[in-house]
Design a protein around this ligand. Structure first.
Ligand SMILES: NC(=O)c1ccc[n+]([C@@H]2O[C@H](COP(=O)([O-])OP(=O)(O)OC[C@H]3O[C@@H](n4cnc5c(N)ncnc54)[C@H](OP(=O)(O)O)[C@@H]3O)[C@@H](O)[C@H]2O)c1
Length: 298
């Protein structure tokens, strides 16, 4: 649990804490700047990474920098990302939340297909528990709602897993406000993970809903898969002016956008991880926030 009395020391060596915390479900606090572990696999989010040792170093360094919220999925690899997290970090620090997902199958590289049949979701949850070496998953996210299966069946199975103590909290991914409202009539939903960044704000209405309801909003592609970080990209001039890097500004903007925002930037490299972690220290003024929003038109 974050301890505010230890905050100055934490910030010195662990910059991630500077962005503050969000309590999942009102009672599981995590630092708002997390880490997304999808980039740790081979190309097309398929198979083993080119440099598994670097993947392990990235995960360990993320925790040293103060990350205590790591996002992954059974389908990253498949299972490669979860296994690397286990290898690098197990036994886990007490305050680490590993959030995983189930509900997308992988016939091959870059191929993702929803399967929401209850027995499949149960099997994948059991496999994630085994691969992560956990007795309970703190946040289990339905990766996609499968349109071919009644949503009550999909969420009903997650609810059963929750009652059995295998899942603590339930989250959703890539949903509309209407889907979120429907889901919340069936189960308690503590987080929603949708595509959102400075250059793609199409999930704005979902973010606003999450903000109103105190549901965590986890923006995936927070730096637009690197597009917002590249030299010559839309944030380069502003980054020079701020003495920051484009990727740091993209993340600082998200952190400033809402207190329910939990960005999970992904990287396979230590250098990028270190750079992204420093984004937590950047505090944008209202004027700077508006300027960046205007500089990158969605
Ligand atoms: N729910 C869903 O459907 C869904 C979909 C996609 C992703 N996600 C989750 O969201 C997380 C974040 O998404 P993402 O990783 O695809 O996209 P992202 O965080 O927007 O961008 C990652 C890309 O940016 C590069 N990058 C990272 N930091 C950089 C820096 N400081 N300078 C330059 N380039 C940098 C990375 O390359 P290097 O490896 O070379 O650093 C990588 O190619 C994923 O890891 C995953 O956990 C969820």
């Amino acid at each position: 649990m974050p301890d505010s009395s230890a905050a100055p020391a934490v910030h010195a060596g662990r910059p991630v804490g500077a962005a503050g915390t969000f309590a999942l479900g009102g009672r599981l606090p995590v630092n708002r700047l997390g880490y997304g572990a999808m980039q740790l696999t081979g190309p097309g989010v398929w198979g083993e990474p080119k440099d598994p040792d670097e993947a392990v170093r990235v995960l360990r360094r993320a925790v040293e920098l103060g990350v205590n919220f790591i996002d992954t999925a059974d389908s990253y690899g498949p299972f490669v990302s979860e296994r690397l997290i286990h290898e690098a970090l197990h036994p886990y620090p007490d305050d680490l939340v590993v959030a995983t997902k189930g509900g997308l199958t992988r016939p091959g590289p870059d191929d993702w297909r929803p399967v929401g049949r209850p027995e499949y979701l149960r099997q994948q949850c059991e496999l994630s528990l085994r691969h992560l070496g956990l007795e309970r998953i703190d946040l289990y996210q339905l990766h996609r709602i499968d349109e071919k299966v009644p949503v009550a069946d999909q969420l009903g199975e997650l609810s059963l897993l929750q009652q059995e103590g295998k899942i603590r909290f339930i989250g959703l991914s890539e949903v509309s406000v209407a889907q979120l409202e429907e889901a919340r009539k069936l189960v308690d939903v503590v987080s929603v993970q949708n595509l959102y960044n400075l250059s793609d704000r199409s999930a704005e209405s979902v973010l606003e809903y999450a903000e109103q309801e105190d549901v965590a909003f986890i923006p995936w592609f927070p730096i637009a898969t690197g597009e917002l970080a590249r030299p010559g990209g839309p944030l380069e001039t502003a980054a020079h002016q701020h003495g920051a890097t484009p990727s740091q500004l993209a993340l600082a903007w998200l952190l400033r956008r809402s207190p329910v925002m939990l960005p999970i930037p992904g990287t396979s490299r230590l250098t990028h991880l270190e750079e992204n972690a420093q984004a937590a220290r950047i505090e944008l003024t209202d004027a700077e926030f508006e300027e960046l929003a205007a500089a990158v038109q969605p």
